[in-house]
Design a protein around this ligand. Sequence first.
Ligand code: SF4
Length: 326
Amino acid sequence: MANQADERQNIIGDLQAWIRQNRDLGAEYYLDEGSRPEVIPVTAVVPEVAEAPAETSEPAAPTPAAAPTKPAPAKSAQTKRIQTKRIQTKPAPATDKEAAFRAICDHFVGETLALIKGQPAAGPATAEPLLETHAGDAAAAMAALKAEVLPCTACELSGARTNTVFGAGNPQADVVFIGEAPGQDEDQQGEPFVGPSGQLLTKIIGAIGYSRDDIYICNILKCRPPNNRDPQPFEVQHCEPHLKRQLAILRPRVICCLGRVAAQTLLKTDLSLGKLRNTVHFYEGVPVMATFHPAALLRNPSWKRDTWDDVRKLHALSEALQAEEG
Ligand code: SF4
C-alpha cells in the first residue's frame, strides 16, 4: 500500500513539474487550445489527480481514526483511473493549428536550405562563404582565446567591469545563442545569462531538447555597459573581433540572436525585431534567427508563445542542416 502511495505521489510530482515547466515556456498556448497532441491528455489528468482526496489525505493522515476510514477499494479505483489516463497520453492526431505550424516550419527550413545552396529563393538574405575551418582542438582554442580576451582593455567598458564575460558552453556547439551584453548578474559572476533570465533561457533550450552543455552562449560585448545601456558603435567595433574568433572556432550551424539589440547589432540593421523574426539572415555565412530576449519574456509573458515557435523552427533548421551534412 505504501509503495502504491509513493508511486502515485511520484506520478503527481512529475506531472506537476512538467506542467509548470511548459507553462513557464508559454506552452499553455497548446495546452489551452489543444493544438499540441502530446500535451492535450495531460491537462485532463492533472486536475482529477490533484483533486482526488486519496492523493493528499494518505501521506498526512495523522490520527488512528483517519486511516481505517479510507476504504481500500477507493484507492484501487483511483490507481486504475490514473493508469487509464496515462494510457490516454498517446499522441493524438495533429490539429489544424499544429499542422499549419509544421507547414510554416517546413517552408522556413526549405527556404533556408535553398539560400545556403545558392538556389533562387525569396528574401533579402544572401549566403556568404562559410567561416574558415578551425583545424585544431576547439576546446583548447576556445580556452586560449578566452585567456586572451579576459584582460582586454580595447574600449572604455573595461574600466567599470567586475568580470569580463567571455561566453560558455560547448566549443563545438551546433547552435549558438548571442545576446547584446552582460547585465549585472553576469558581470558579477563572469558567466553569460545567469539570474532569472538565464534560468528562463535554460528552460527554453531544454524544451527543444538541449542542455546548456549542448549549446554555446555569449554576447556581442564581453563587458557590461553602464546601466545596461545599448552597445555603442565604438564598443562593437572593438569587441566584435572577439565574437568572430569565437564563431570561427565554434563553426555553428545556426546562430540565434536574443533580443532586438543583439539582432540589430550583429546584422547591422535597424529593422524591428518583428521584421527580423521569422526570416533567416546570415552572419559570416552562418544562418541567423532572432527571437525575444529572456528578460523581455519575463516582462511580457505573452511573447513566450512566439518564442516557443521560434525555437522550434531553430531546432528544425539545425536538424535539417545536420541531415544535409550527412
Ligand atoms: S567590451 Fe570587448 S572590446 Fe571592450 S574592453 Fe570588454 S572585451 Fe574589450
